[in-house]
Design a protein around this ligand. Structure first.
Ligand SMILES: C[S@@+](CC[C@H](N)C(=O)[O-])C[C@H]1O[C@@H](n2cnc3c(N)ncnc32)[C@H](O)[C@@H]1O
Length: 335
């Protein structure tokens, strides 16, 4: 049944991205999630998303079987609660929304923020990300304290939030949520699995996700090991800025990726926030999407797989297509 839903989503090619984010998160891929998944293989084993953030790509894909993870504990508390007890998540939001709407808005926001800063927790983080200025939660580098002021907007009503919880709960029904460092997640992926990585922006130093450590070098090493054991890996990287005039150079090892595409993300939300609401026309941002596979590598792997099957079962030869269509590693997962 769930497999049917996943295939239907692919086949229907929804015109709009999944409407309504559950969380507001710096660098979220909400607007381009559908473009990103259009480059994924159509069939794969378990889907891994080791830099989950607000889970835009995961929820758009709605995979049958997945592991969504992030190293940020309060964030994973939100995801685990969405999975295990959506009513609790709705309650967390409603309590805080009532707190903010029953008195002084700024004071209520400050109280929620200091509660979070005293003991970081999912409930307060959830409400802060929906109600803070520009929806950009900023964390102090040395200790992860949230410093963002209260937003000027009214956070969505508990009814709207509850609707989103129901939709997102359904979308992630095949996903296990875990608090993991990215390398722990990469180590779990098996041949034929798919990993989508959206690491912290390495070009924009101002963005910090709490007091977390991240090493691009270690990520690239982990991706290389995944590729060697037949895992498909897609990596989003901060692409171009200033309408393509400045390309962000990242030391990518030769031969690690087989394919590169540019995905246009529109104006940079973070820049807009930093410039006090001023929109800068030249501040366009594209994401680079790097893939460890291409049609050729997939069909080569399919051929090797088929060779092994023939040797084992002495089956009649079957023609394997080597056409230039999108990768279809179906032979790993016959129905
Ligand atoms: C660019 S955001 C991901 C955004 C996500 N694609 C979305 O749509 O919201 C990067 C994420 O990486 C997480 N992160 C940072 N360092 C990490 C690490 N060492 N291991 C795993 N996750 C990490 C951050 O907590 C943050 O949520």
């Amino acid at each position: 049944m769930r497999e049917k839903i996943q295939l239907a989503l692919f086949a229907a090619g929804e015109e709009q991205p999944l409407k309504g984010q559950l969380l507001k998160w710096v660098g979220n891929k909400q607007r381009v999630a559908k473009d990103i998944i259009s480059f994924f293989p159509q069939r794969f084993g378990t889907y891994f998303e080791p830099f989950l953030g607000s889970g835009a790509v995961l929820a758009t894909l709605a995979p049958v079987q997945a592991i969504g993870s992030d190293s940020f504990s309060p964030l994973m508390e939100i995801w685990q609660t969405l999975q295990d007890s959506p009513e609790t998540l709705k309650g967390w939001y409603t309590e805080r929304w009532n707190e903010m709407n029953s008195g002084d808005k700024l004071k209520a926001f400050a109280a929620i923020k200091s509660r979070y800063n005293a003991i970081p927790n999912g409930g307060d983080l959830l409400f802060i990300c929906r109600s803070c200025y520009g929806g950009v939660v900023r964390f102090r580098q040395k200790d992860g304290f949230i410093s963002t002021p209260c937003g000027i907007h009214d956070p969505i009503s508990p009814d709207s939030f509850s609707e989103r919880v129901d939709i997102w709960h359904e979308r992630v029904s095949g996903t296990q949520f875990k608090r993991l460092e990215f390398w722990q997640s990469l180590n779990m992926a098996k041949p034929g699995d798919l990993v989508y990585c959206d690491p912290p922006y390495s070009h924009t130093q101002a963005i910090l996700y709490g007091a977390q450590s991240f090493s691009l070098k270690h990520l690239l090493q982990g991706i290389s090991e995944c590729k060697d054991r037949g895992v498909f890996v897609a990596l989003s990287i901060d692409g171009t800025k200033k309408s393509g005039n400045t390309v962000c150079h990242i030391p990518i090892p030769e031969g690690l990726f087989e394919r590169e595409v540019f995905i246009h993300c529109g104006k940079s939300m973070l820049k807009r926030f930093q410039m006090n609401g001023k929109t800068l026309e030249e501040e366009c941002v594209s994401d680079r999407l790097l893939l460890t596979w291409n049609d050729k590598t997939v069909s080569q792997r399919n051929r090797a797989q088929l060779g092994a099957l023939r040797a084992r079962a002495s089956v009649n030869p079957v023609e394997i297509s080597t056409s230039n269509s999108l990768p279809q590693p179906d032979d790993f997962y016959p129905d």
